[in-house]
Design a protein around this ligand. Structure first.
Ligand SMILES: *Cc1c(COP(=O)(O)O)cnc(C)c1O
Length: 229
C-alpha cells in the first residue's frame, strides 16, 4: 500500500523547492490531491496527514463518497477537475468549491443559473485545450479571450483562472507557459496546471494549483483510471 503521508511530505518539499528556485512564495501554490477512483479508506490517511484540498473528475463518484467525509472534516475543499455535463450543473454547484472544466457557453449559462439559485459561488477555471487536440475538452487558445469576456458579460460569471491538460506525448513546459501568458493577458490570477509527472515544471511556470493524484495515492486501477473524464 502507498504510504500517502510520506508521499504528501515529499511532494510538498518538491513544490517548495521548485517555487524557491524561481523566486516564488511556496504558499502561493495549492496542492489538490486528486482522489478519483479511490475510496474513503484510501482518502482518510491523507486527511489525517492534514491535506484538505481534493480533486475529483466525476460528479457522481464525488457525490457518493465526499458528503460523509465532509461531515467528519468540515474544512474540506473539493475541486471538480473533470468534464461537466450541463445536466449535472446543479449537483456540481452544490458539492464543489471550485470547477476547473468550464469550456462552453451552455455550461456557463447552466452554472450561472445554479449559482444564482443556490447562492453558492464555486471558483471557476476556464479549461484551455492548449494542444488543440481534437478529442480533448477545453477552449482553443485563440478563443479563450472571447469566451472569458462572454462568461463575464453575458453570463455574469466571475472567472478565477485557467486550467490545462497538456498533450500526453509532448513536453508540458510550452503548454504551461502558454496558459500563463493567456491568463496574464486576461488579468486572471489563477493557473491550474501540473500533475504527478510534471508539477514541478508547472510550479516554476506559475501554477497556483497543481493536481496530483497517483504520486499521492498510488497507481489507479486500470479499468477505471484509463477512462478519460
Ligand atoms: C487524474 C487527473 C489528474 C491527476 O493525474 P496524476 O497523473 O495521477 O497526478 C490531474 N488532472 C486531471 C484533469 C485529471 O483528470
Amino acid at each position: 500500500m502507498q504510504d500517502s503521508r510520506a508521499a504528501l511530505a515529499d511532494i510538498t518539499r518538491r513544490m517548495t523547492a521548485a517555487a524557491r528556485e524561481v523566486g516564488r512564495q511556496p504558499d502561493a501554490v495549492t496542492l489538490i490531491a486528486v482522489s478519483k477512483t479511490f475510496g474513503p479508506e484510501a482518502i482518510r490517511p491523507v486527511l489525517e496527514a492534514g491535506q484538505r484540498v481534493f480533486g475529483e473528475n466525476r460528479v457522481q463518484e464525488a457525490a457518493g463518497k465526499w458528503p460523509e467525509l465532509k461531515g467528519v472534516y468540515a474544512d474540506i475543499e473539493l475541486h471538480l477537475i473533470g468534464p461537466l455535463q450541463t445536466n449535472k450543473a446543479r449537483e456540481a454547484v452544490a458539492l464543489f468549491d471550485a470547477i476547473h472544466s468550464l469550456d462552453r457557453d451552455k455550461l456557463a449559462a447552466a452554472l450561472a443559473k445554479e449559482m444564482e439559485k443556490q447562492d453558492r459561488r464555486p471558483e471557476l477555471f476556464v479549461q484551455v485545450n492548449t494542444g488543440e487536440e481534437e478529442q480533448k475538452a477545453g477552449v482553443v487558445p485563440q478563443e479563450v479571450e472571447a469566451f472569458v469576456v462572454r462568461c463575464r458579460k453575458e453570463h455574469g460569471l466571475s472567472i478565477a483562472g485557467l486550467m490545462c491538460i497538456p498533450p500526453l506525448e509532448e513536453p508540458p513546459g510550452p503548454h504551461f507557459a502558454l496558459l500563463a501568458k493567456l491568463a496574464d493577458k486576461l488579468g486572471l490570477a489563477k493557473l491550474s496546471m501540473g500533475m504527478s509527472a510534471d508539477f514541478e515544471t508547472a510550479v516554476k511556470l506559475g501554477a497556483t494549483h497543481v493536481r496530483v493524484g497517483s504520486a499521492i495515492f498510488g497507481a489507479r486501477a486500470p479499468f477505471k483510471g484509463a477512462r478519460q473524464g
